[in-house]
Design a binder for this molecule. Structure first.
Ligand code: SF4
Length: 75
């Protein structure tokens, strides 16, 4: 499995701006206000941290797409 895309999905909830994702994976996530995925983020080098951040997000708004299963999030 390779993560091909990560994004903020606020279709159901809003980012709580808690900063947890940035604390877990600062190479990929920034929380200047709401979370943003860094433009130059190396997704392949941070897969386990991305998964951990998505699973730990209290608002369940970190969406992940990978090359086998398509879009999903941590719900
Ligand atoms: S962990 Fe979730 S709620 Fe908290 S800043 Fe990151 S995306 Fe937003």
């Amino acid at each position: 499995m390779a993560i091909t895309k990560v994004w903020l999905d606020e279709s159901e909830n809003e980012c709580a701006m808690c900063g947890a994702c940035e604390a877990i994976c600062p190479d990929v996530f920034e929380v200047p206000e709401k979370m943003v995925v860094k433009a130059d983020a190396d997704l392949g080098a941070n897969e386990s941290e991305i998964e951990e951040a998505a699973q730990g997000c209290p608002a369940a708004v970190i969406a992940i797409e990978n090359d086998h299963s398509g879009k999903r999030d941590n719900t």
